[in-house]
Design a protein around this ligand. Structure first.
Ligand code: FAD
Length: 447
């Protein structure tokens, strides 16, 4: 049973005379632990109709590129097969998702979708809600506690959102049973876009050319394997090892979470039931920090520009805008890892070669872009654009929040200094105190 707080009715139409219920899958690209899918199956059973899952494959997705698409398609291929095993037809169309959703809704009795938080994805749902003649319902499937249930306003920092999440969390940490399907939909003869040969599909789509990576293979089954390995081998000393980029101490789950290939509720339940001493620290990241990001992009219209910052951070950066910069690099020099700093270059190379930079290095990486760029405004845009281009988990609420954090978001004022003003500063000596930074450089060079 899907919790009421996850359900939003996006229009006020009555069920129409359609042949099926459609789940427009967009953010939650999985069949396991997916409340939007289970809601659609329930609705189909209630209306005595089969369920169809629609996915719009567009080559026009903002900042999407070959690297992202290979990972996403690996996941979708698994989704297609798993739906088929359950008796549900998946219809993939090469078109703009919001337009495809309106089209398929013409034949549907009911339209269900999942929830997203970025501006243009909210606009897609609004566009559909204004055009369909059947009920359109959104199920919030990719957070533990639904965003408005946690808070009705933008939160100031982790310390202010933490108690609000903690008081609700147990109520939402529940197993999600698969609903038995009454009416299979495999007999419908929809035309669907063939994604069997992923390399070919990536080649055919008109996508930005960023080399796909092999270190991370998309799909729910790989995500679940990673989760099990992480719980068995790494979770117990997550609090220490997660801060050392030379150690393989993280879960590696962020790309899977980004594409909705795994549910945060499922992760949290497994982590909690392990009883591991590392659970608390891990859940702080997975639930508190991650859901602070959703809160930020949902309530702060300016999440992708310097204007998102709290007044003190914005003002202090502006006051120091004209401070002398010892080094100044262009976006291209950053992108090609051509700074004077070996550690920064290694971090950039880790991201561009593997599609995932270690979390600890991301903070240093972002801070140094501020220090070595002509203005904070330019630095913000360079950091976002590189993050979104090369990280497999980029273009995510967490990415906008991580970048904004480097500029003072969700943080407090520190001792005033050049360029940064009162925004927190990081330097290479700090890295060396925490871990063997030269070893990290060596590891990245050998990739
Ligand atoms: C400049 C900068 C840019 C970032 N860009 C992104 C991004 O584009 N996408 C992204 O998912 N994360 C981003 N982060 C947050 C964080 O670095 C990554 O989530 C983390 O490194 C992902 O690796 P993991 O899944 O192995 O992490 P683990 O440590 O295993 O954490 C498990 C999960 O907890 C969540 N989490 C961990 N750390 C954070 C954090 N600091 N804030 C919010 N959630 C967190 C993530 O969902 C992560 O998958 C960024 C941070 C900074 C400072």
């Amino acid at each position: 049973m899907v919790e009421e707080e996850r359900i939003s009715i996006l229009n006020d139409e009555d069920p129409s005379d359609g042949d099926f219920v459609t789940y427009w899958m967009q953010s939650s690209q999985r069949t396991v632990f997916n409340p939007a899918l289970e809601y659609a199956v329930d609705k189909g059973n209630e209306l005595d109709l089969p369920v169809v899952v629609y996915f719009g494959l567009t080559d026009d997705f903002p900042e999407g590129n070959e690297r992202h698409y290979k990972f996403m398609l690996e996941g979708l291929k698994e989704v297609e097969k798993s739906l088929e095993d359950r008796g549900i037809q998946m219809v993939i169309k090469k078109e703009i998702p919001k337009e495809g959703a309106v089209e398929i809704a013409e034949e549907s009795s009911y339209l269900v979708t999942d929830r997203a938080y970025l501006r243009f994805l909210k606009d897609w749902r609004k566009y559909v809600s204004e055009r369909v003649d059947c009920p359109f319902v959104q199920i919030e499937s990719d957070v533990v506690v639904p965003v408005e249930t946690t808070s009705e306003k933008e939160e100031y920092a982790a310390r202010t959102i933490r108690p609000k999440i903690q008081v609700q969390m147990d109520r939402f940490l529940k197993e999600l049973k698969e609903t038995e399907l009454k009416h299979p939909s495999l007999d419908f003869d929809f035309e669907t876009y063939d994604i069997k040969n992923i390399e070919e599909v990536v080649d055919k789509l008109d996508l930005e050319d960023v080399e796909p990576v092999d270190q991370h293979i998309g799909g729910t089954s790989t995500a679940l394997e990673r989760l099990d390995t992480f719980i068995d081998a790494k979770l117990h000393d997550y609090p220490e090892r997660s801060k050392d980029p030379t150690e393989d101490g993280l879960s590696g789950l962020s790309p899977y979470l980004h594409f909705g290939q795994i549910s945060p509720v499922q992760i949290a339940l497994k982590v909690k039931s392990s009883g591991s001493p590392g659970s608390e620290d891990f859940l702080e990241e997975l639930v508190v920090r991650r859901e602070l990001s959703m809160n930020f992009v949902n309530y702060n219209e300016n999440y992708d520009s310097l204007e998102c910052l709290p007044g003190w951070a914005y003002d202090t950066l502006k006051e120091h805008e004209d401070d002398h910069r010892e080094y100044e690099y262009s976006k291209k020099e950053f992108e090609e890892a051509e700074t004077h700093d070996l550690y920064w270059n290694a971090a950039q190379n880790e991201m561009s070669k593997t599609g995932k930079m270690h979390g600890y290095m991301r903070m240093y990486w972002g801070k140094k872009i501020i220090e070595w760029t002509a203005t904070p405004k330019e630095a913000f845009q360079i950091a976002l654009s590189l993050n979104n281009r090369y990280e497999l988990d980029g273009r995510d609420p967490n990415g906008y929040t991580g970048v904004a954090w480097c500029f003072g978001k969700h943080d407090r004022a520190w001792k005033e200094r050049e360029i940064f003003g009162k925004v927190r500063y990081m330097n290479a000596n700090g890295l060396k105190r925490k871990f063997d930074a030269d070893k990290y450089v060596g590891q990245i060079e050998s990739l």
